[in-house]
Ligand binder design. Structure first.
Ligand code: SF4
Ligand code: SF4
Length: 471
């Protein structure tokens, strides 16, 4: 007899208000059947690449330091040859906005493909499911093991599975924390039991979070915790590509002999084998229509295509298609809404690249001393300032300080300085009024710092010069 996962049949389907019908809601454990196919391979290679990037990048070196490192103590973010400072975090915000727009664009185009293929929650869940399959066997074996009383075999398999899950979780936590604290020292300190308290806390936290999210919560994170799944359906339109069941072709569903004239029996192409349900990581039946719990992973497409191949029917009973196409129309991929998103995205990427390219590689902040002014030994009016200069380049650099359009004002003291890469210096210096009196009691001064090796690297900052009104 064909084994079936219980799934409630719903009658109405609304694109903007997808329904929820899932055995997961009823608390049933979901045991997915393993399968192969084009979309499974796509996800496998995509996830492999993401894993390689995530774990590999953490261990990469650039010169004598880690290539990607967020040094929270030093308030610097290293990414390969570039260093970002708190003043540059506007760029990081811009990057996050670009990513958000990229996500909107892809959602309007192809629904929840981000969730199915790239979201870390899904990717890690697939890995944990693979580990489960390796140790406990395929779907039927796992269901049997679940139902079996505790035995040595069950205990060993369960222990091995949880050990493997914990090992993946620990590796994930170390790689993640390793982006914030040098990973080589982190791993060494862990293995010689000399991890500092803060690192130990975060490694423990992310190990636990990964183990619980990918091992236990799985699709429940997508169903009940992820805010993105709540609002993305409002971005869908009738041309958005979603994983859909072609009901006009598939109904009436039902079993039949392989070579039977099923059309004469009033049957459609769906043989009601429930393979599409058995492979679904969120345990839903795609034949019930567009559902909030569908993460667009394409597993049911692969499963159904393999059934169609076996039956000698045309593939695509379940496929990525639009509501428009299912209603007999044509899918319009290039529509104004999508082009609008693409245009905004391109403009934002252009502005981001421009801002990145032109970002000053030296920083200057000027703070005026709290005293208003004083008279020096030559009888000149003098104001005191502190100049904070940061060398944001990757090389030691020499700089010269000056006043732009200095007029009657003159910079006193050290004018040249040499800074190591990333060095910050607080330099006290004074400005004197060389003429008898200034044009007004408060005048704007423009300080400038210029890199002596590359005069294009320069930046200015302004402050005020205060002098007595009557002198
Ligand atoms: S219904 Fe299909 S595409 Fe949607 S989550 Fe289930 S298997 Fe993936
Ligand atoms: S896998 Fe295809 S044929 Fe089988 S139940 Fe699902 S839609 Fe019908």
């Amino acid at each position: 007899m064909t084994e079936r996962i219980p799934a409630k049949i719903v009658e109405t389907i609304d694109r903007r208000n997808p329904v929820r019908v899932t055995p997961a809601q009823a608390g049933d454990a979901i045991h997915t059947r393993s399968f192969s196919g084009f979309f499974r391979n796509l996800r496998l290679y995509g996830a492999g690449l993401l894993f390689l990037l995530f774990f590999g990048t953490a261990w990469l070196n650039w010169g004598d330091r880690q290539a990607v490192l967020w040094d929270l103590g030093g308030r610097k973010f290293y990414i390969f040859g570039a260093t970002f400072w708190p003043q540059d975090f506007i760029l990081l915000s811009a990057l996050l906005i670009i990513c958000a727009f990229g996500l909107f664009f892809i959602t309007v185009l192809a629904g929840r493909v981000w969730c199915g293929y790239s979201c870390p929650q899904s990717v890690w869940t697939w890995v944990f499911m693979w580990a489960e399959k390796v140790i406990e066997g395929d779907r039927n074996q796992r269901i049997k093991l679940d139902a079996a009383p505790w035995s040595v075999n069950k205990l060993l398999r369960r222990s091995a599975k949880h050990t493997l899950w914990l090992a993946v979780s620990l590796a994930t936590a170390l790689a993640f924390v390793g982006y914030f604290t040098p990973i080589r020292e982190l791993v060494r300190d862990l293995f010689i039991f000399e991890l500092d308290l803060s690192s130990a806390f975060w490694v423990f936290f992310f190990t636990t979070a990964t183990y619980l999210n990918a091992g236990w919560l799985r699709e429940k994170v997508c169903l009940h915790m992820c805010p993105y799944s709540r609002f993305q359906s409002v971005m869908f339109d009738e041309n958005t590509l979603n994983v859909s069941y072609d009901a006009a072709r598939g109904e009436g569903r039902g079993a039949r002999k392989k070579d039977a004239d099923y059309k004469a029996e009033g049957l459609g192409d769906c043989i009601d084998c429930t393979m599409c349900v058995q492979v679904c990581p969120t345990g839903i039946d795609i034949r019930d229509g567009l559902q909030l719990d569908c993460i667009s992973c394409g597993a049911c497409i692969d499963a159904c295509d393999s059934v169609m191949d076996k039956m000698g029917y045309q593939r695509g009973l379940v496929r990525y298609t639009s509501e428009q196409a299912l209603a007999g129309g044509k899918t319009h991929l290039l529509r104004p809404r999508l082009l609008g998103y693409a245009a905004v995205l391109l403009m934002m990427i252009g502005a981001f690249v421009w801002a990145l390219e032109t970002r000053p590689l030296v920083s200057l902040d000027v703070t005026k001393d709290r005293g208003l002014f004083r008279e020096n030994s030559q009888g000149q009016i003098e104001n005191i300032y502190t100049l904070k200069v940061i060398n944001k380049t990757q090389e030691p650099s020499s700089y010269v300080l000056s006043l732009v359009d200095s007029g009657p004002f003159e910079l006193q003291g050290t004018r040249e300085l040499r800074l190591e890469p990333g060095e910050i210096v607080d330099l006290p210096l004074s400005v004197v009024l060389t003429s008898e009196r200034a044009a007004s009691s408060s005048e704007t001064l423009h300080f400038e710092v210029t890199n002596l090796n590359d005069p294009d690297i320069r930046v200015s900052a302004k402050s005020t010069f205060v002098s007595p009104i009557n002198r």
